[in-house]
Ligand binder design. Structure first.
Ligand SMILES: C[S@@+](CC[C@H](N)C(=O)[O-])C[C@H]1O[C@@H](n2cnc3c(N)ncnc32)[C@H](O)[C@@H]1O
Length: 280
């Protein structure tokens, strides 16, 4: 086993490669070119949805006035090209056995699905995450779900090697000894109390579930759009390695503070951060 610090010196001496277990305040499209090819086990990400913020209050629980911290969105007419560029770059650095979970709203879902096929991913499941609150609407249904696309690089033929941890705590079966896992998840969103709020924070319950089912301890996780850092917190908690990117400096700062406070909480509980890196 090799300690993190030693490994960084050994394998990441080249300036062009980024050390793992860190988040970076750069455009992920640039960052993804600085990660070794075929090194990622799991992509777990919540990209911008490409929604029109003028109208956002009527569709999402993301109100314009709450969108502090310079959240960076993608204009709808650029969404396909943007999605193609980051998904292609992510594909190149994922292992041939890798899987992924990509969150999406419904507006530009078809762009993501088309890009995934174009780039060569296979869709394993289309999960619906139902959350508990939406906004009040007059003449349309209130949106209270997100899509989570569960994907893999593996072909049908090699699919047996895909990691899918059948954890009893996530089973929907009521029969003893029998496990099955439904593709509709009922998970509440967090109400953020006090402090600096970020509008799109994912609850750890949903990031934990993706991470624990789709990866094992020590695996390398990629979150190109880490926002306030929920995926990264799950990685730290469950002893996964990670790369995170966030382009907005104010949001990056929120993530960094949150991650540092989280690590301190774990340390104070005498939690040992025993992430040992594998050669990648
Ligand atoms: C949906 S939010 C992620 C929220 C996150 N899941 C959380 O728990 O807070 C998407 C994030 O991607 C960031 N972003 C947009 N374009 C980016 C880019 N090219 N590279 C890196 N981050 C980007 C946005 O600023 C935003 O914070």
């Amino acid at each position: 086993m090799i300690f993190f610090g030693l490994l960084v010196r050994k394998n990441y001496g080249q300036l062009s490669m980024l050390p793992p277990n860190a988040i970076y305040n750069i455009d992920c499209r640039e960052g993804l070119t600085q990660i070794p090819q075929e090194s990622i086990d799991l992509l777990l990400t919540d990209p911008p949805f490409g929604i029109d913020f003028q109208n956002v209050g009527s569709q999402y629980n993301r109100k314009q006035k709450e969108l502090g911290h310079n959240y960076i969105e993608i204009p709808e007419n650029e969404y396909y090209e943007f999605t193609l560029s980051w998904i292609k770059a992510a594909y190149n650095i994922m292992k041939p056995t890798a899987s992924g979970f990509i969150f999406s709203g419904w507006n530009n879902l078809s762009d993501i699905l088309n890009v995934l096929t174009e780039v060569g991913f296979r869709l394993v499941n289309h999960i619906i995450w139902k959350y508990q609150f939406g906004v009040f609407t007059k003449n349309r249904f209130t949106s209270s779900h997100y899509h989570i696309l569960y994907i893999t690089k593996l072909s049908e033929k090699d699919d047996k090697t895909r990691i899918f941890n059948r954890l009893p705590e996530y089973s929907n079966s009521k029969l003893p000894g029998k496990l099955y896992f439904e593709d509709v998840w009922y998970i509440n969103r967090d109400y953020q109390k006090g402090g600096k709020k970020t509008p799109t924070r994912l609850p750890l319950e949903v990031t934990d579930k993706c991470l624990l089912i789709g990866s094992k301890e020590g695996d390398m996780i990629l979150e190109p759009f880490c926002g306030s850092g929920s995926v990264i917190l799950s990685c730290i908690k469950h002893k996964r390695q990670y790369y995170g990117f966030e382009l907005s400096k104010p949001i990056f700062d929120v993530a960094e503070t949150r991650i540092n406070e989280f690590k301190q909480q774990l340390d104070s509980k005498k939690y040992k951060l025993d992430i040992f890196l594998k050669e990648i």
